[in-house]
Every structure is written in structure tokens, then in C-alpha cells.
Design a protein around this ligand. Structure first.
Ligand code: GLN
Length: 155
């Protein structure tokens, strides 16, 4: 990789497209190695899907992913087109409520090993952390609250 960086945000979008591009551009191994060495990474929505080690049984497992985080994720867990909504909730480590914007979001079905749930909405895990890896099912960049990104900078 030509330009160096010491942190990474894997944004939302379409995880199948992102995974295929990372594979075709030969970036998966390098990013996996950097994450394994401790580079802080924030995966939001599709980015979290790229980080997840496991996908739900009915999700397509053929798409290349980083698979570095010990979480099981279900894609499009709120329905495909209409399942977008805003709410607020508590995120462990952040005072008060955080705005949470979900767009065809996945849900974190299970956390394993060192991965810990940081937030839940209606009983569903919407944020998790495993050491240098932070994964959220919502889009913090769409709200004014910058504290999740600040958390990444502190890591
Ligand atoms: N539905 C997308 C996927 O499964 C994620 C949506 C998003 O990133 N907002 O890849």
C-alpha cells in the first residue's frame, strides 16, 4: 500500500462489493496482518460485516471478508429496503445517549472470545469491541455526535 496510515475506518455500503474489491485489489492479507498487529479499526455497518468472523446460516459466505473479529453477524437483520430507522441508546464507555442511525443494518447475533457487546437496541447487539477492533451496526458519521470516532482515535 503506497500511502501509509495507522488507523482504519471500514465504512457502510454493500459488504459484498467491498469484500470483492478488497480481494481483487489484493488488500485483504495486508489489512488482516495490520489488524492482527494492533492497528485500530472501526467497522460501521457493511464494515462490521467485513470484520465479522462468522455470518448467519442464511447469509452468503462466498464473499471475501477480513473475518478478524469474533462476532457472528446477520446481514439485513431489519429487512432489506424499509428497515432503516433512527433511535438513541447507551454505548458502554460513552456518557449519556448516542444517536443511532440504522440503514439496512446487520445485527450482531453473538460475541465470542475477547469480543464484548458495547450496546444493545431492543435486545439486539449493535456495537462490540475486541481490543483494537470496534464494530457498530449503525452509521455514526450521519449524526453530529463524534464520540465513537474519538474512541477510535484514543485506541
Ligand atoms: N445491507 C448492507 C450489507 O449487508 C449494509 C448496509 C450499510 O452498510 N448501511 O452489506
Amino acid at each position: 500500500m503506497k500511502q501509509d496510515f495507522d488507523r482504519l475506518v471500514l465504512p457502510g455500503g454493500e459488504s459484498t462489493v467491498q469484500g470483492k474489491l478488497l480481494d481483487e485489489l489484493g488488500m485483504l492479507e495486508e489489512l488482516r496482518a495490520r489488524i492482527a498487529k494492533g492497528m485500530p479499526v472501526l467497522g460501521t455497518c457493511a464494515g462490521l460485516i467485513l470484520l465479522a468472523h462468522d455470518l448467519a446460516a442464511h447469509d452468503d459466505k462466498g464473499t471475501p471478508r477480513l473475518a478478524t473479529m469474533d462476532v457472528l453477524v446477520e446481514r439485513n437483520a431489519y429487512g432489506r429496503q424499509l428497515g432503516s430507522f433512527r433511535t438513541k441508546g447507551q454505548v458502554a464507555g460513552i456518557d449519556g445517549e448516542v444517536p443511532l442511525t440504522f440503514i439496512r443494518a446487520p445485527r450482531i447475533v453473538e460475541v465470542h472470545g475477547d469480543a464484548k457487546a458495547l450496546a444493545k437496541v431492543d435486545g439486539r447487539i449493535v456495537a462490540a469491541r475486541q481490543g483494537n477492533q470496534l464494530g457498530v451496526t449503525f452509521h455514526p458519521e450521519l449524526d453530529e455526535d463524534t464520540r465513537l470516532h474519538e474512541l477510535l482515535l484514543q485506541m
